[in-house]
Structure formats: C-alpha cells, structure tokens
Design a protein around this ligand. Structure first.
Ligand SMILES: [Zn+2]
Length: 62
C-alpha cells in the first residue's frame, strides 16, 4: 500500500466508516507502524476528531 491509500483508510477509520476494500485493517496498521509520516497523519486525524467531538458536546452541534 502507498501512503495515499493509507491516508484514505486512516480518514475513513477515524470517521467510523468502512475501510476501502483494498486496504485491510492489518495492512493499514502495519503501514502506520512502519511509516512515520502516516503515523503523524493518524495522530493528527484522531486529535481533530477528539477536538470536534469535544466541541459537539460543548455546543450541542451535530
Ligand atoms: Zn505512509
């Protein structure tokens, strides 16, 4: 898998959506473990989701 596929899958997983059919979860995890750029991307996406969830809770939006 290349980083483009990995990031598509990371975004989907963070949104609670199904992973793309060509990117099984174990392959995504393996790529993220071995690729620092995607690891940072994964962390950034999770942080954004947590932030968004916190804002939703605070303001009752969404
Ligand atoms: Zn990567």
């Amino acid at each position: 898998m290349d980083c483009c596929d990995a990031r598509t899958a990371i975004s989907a997983r963070a949104d609670g959506e199904a992973l793309p059919p060509n990117v099984p979860g174990y392959a995504l995890d393996a790529h993220v473990r071995g690729c620092e750029a995607c690891r940072r991307f994964d962390e950034g996406v999770r942080r954004l989701k947590e932030l968004a969830a916190g804002l939703d809770g605070a303001w009752g939006v969404g």
